[in-house]
Design a protein around this ligand. Sequence first.
Ligand code: NAD
Ligand code: TDX
Length: 361
Amino acid sequence: MEATLLVTGGAGFIGCNFVRVALAETGARIVVLDKLTYAGSLANLEDVAADSRFHFVKGDIADAELVRKVIREFRPSAVVNFAAESHVDRSIEGPAAFIETNVVGAWVVLESARNYWSDLPSMEKDSFRFLQISTDEVYGSLGESGAFTELTPMAPNSPYSASKAAADHFARAYHKTYGLPTIVTNCSNNYGPYQFPEKLIPLIILNCLDGKPLPIYGDGGNVRDWLFVEDHCLGLLTVLERGRVGESYNLGGRCERRNLEIVDLVCSVVEEYFPAARNPSMAKGGMKEYAQLKTYVEDRPGHDRRYAIDPTKVECELSWRPSLTLEEGMRKTIGWYLDHQGWCEQVSTEYRRERLGLVDG
Ligand code: NAD
Ligand code: TDX
C-alpha cells in the first residue's frame, strides 16, 4: 500500500513547497489540513489541486474532533506538522494565537495521532512517523562564534520561539512516554517562492519593485542562516524516510549572512531583472538605485542577534546537503516574485507591509 502523508499547514509557505516536492519525489497520497489563516491560501496549491493524489481539508489543528475525524478517514502513514503561527513580529503583538496553534494545536495533533497509532497492526505501527517541523529559534541567540547543535539547550526569546519549543518538548515526550515514533527537525531561515510578504526577503523584493523604503531593524548586523525552501523540503523527506525516531535533526545550509548583506543581495538581483532606471516607482521618488531605499528603523524587541545551524548530524547520518547556493536560490526566488505579482496582491488583502511587533507601537 502506498504511503499517505497528512500535511498540516500545507497551504502555507514551506508546507505548499513540501506538498509539491513530496508529490514529485514519492508516490504518496497527500492530505493537507489547513485553517487558511492570513498566511495560508489555496492559491499556493492551485497547480496541484487537480492531482488525484492530493486532498484538501479546511480546518483548525486545535479542533480535536476534526483532527480525529481526518486521521480516521485518511489513515495516514505519517503526519507532518507544519501548521503554526510563524511570524515573530506578530507573536510580539499578540501571543495568544501562537499558544492556541503552536502549543495546543500541536498537542491535539500528537494526541490524535497517538490514539490512532496505538490501534494499528504492528508493522504499520513500526513504520508510522510523526514529524514535527520546528525552527532554530528555539535555541535562542548566539554570540559572535559557535553554532546550534541538537544538544544546545533551548533558550527561546520570543513568544513565537517559546511556543515552538513547547511543541518540540511535547513531540519528544510523546516518544519517551508513549512510544509514538516522533522526530523533530529544527531548521534555519527559509526563503523561496510562496513566502508571505511579511518576512524579510519577500518584503524587501516587493518594496524594491514599489520604490518603498526597505526597513532594516536596528543596525542590520543581525545574522540569519539561510536555506532555499525546496532544499529544506528534500531534507524533510530524507528525515521522514531514514531519520531515527525520538531524535531531533538540525537542518541548515551553512549560509550565515548579516541582514544588511541580504538586503544588498536582493537589491542587486532585482537590479539585474528590473533595473531601477526602468522602474517608474523609483523614478517617481527620485531614486536611482534600489540600495538608496534602505532605511534603518527601530529594532525588534528581544531581537536575536545571531543564528547558525551546525548540520553535521543530518549530513553524516543521512547524507543530506542543500543543492543551491544563496545566489542561485535568490535568483530563482526573485524571478518567481517578479512573475507572480498577481499572487502577491491576492494574498495581501489584509496586510499592507506595515510595521508589526513594536511593543509600544
Ligand atoms: P506560514 O505562516 O507561511 O504557514 C503556516 C500555515 O499554517 C498556513 O497555511 C496557515 O493557514 C496554517 N495554520 C496556521 N494555524 C493553523 C491552525 N490552527 N490549524 C491549521 N492550519 C493552521 O509558515 P511557514 O513559514 O511555512 O512555516 C511552516 C512551519 O515551519 C512552522 O511550523 C514554522 O515554525 C516552521 N519553520 C519555518 C521557518 C521559516 O523560515 N519560515 C524556518 C524553520 C521552521
Ligand atoms: O522588515 C524587516 N526588517 C528586518 O530587518 C523584517 C520583516 C525583518 N527584519 C530582520 C529581522 C530578522 O533579523 O530580518 C531578519 C529576518 O526576519 P524575519 O523574516 O521576520 O524572520 P525571523 O524572525 O528570522 O524568523 C524566520 O526564521 C525562522 C521565520 O519567520 C520563522 O518562522 C522561522 O522559525
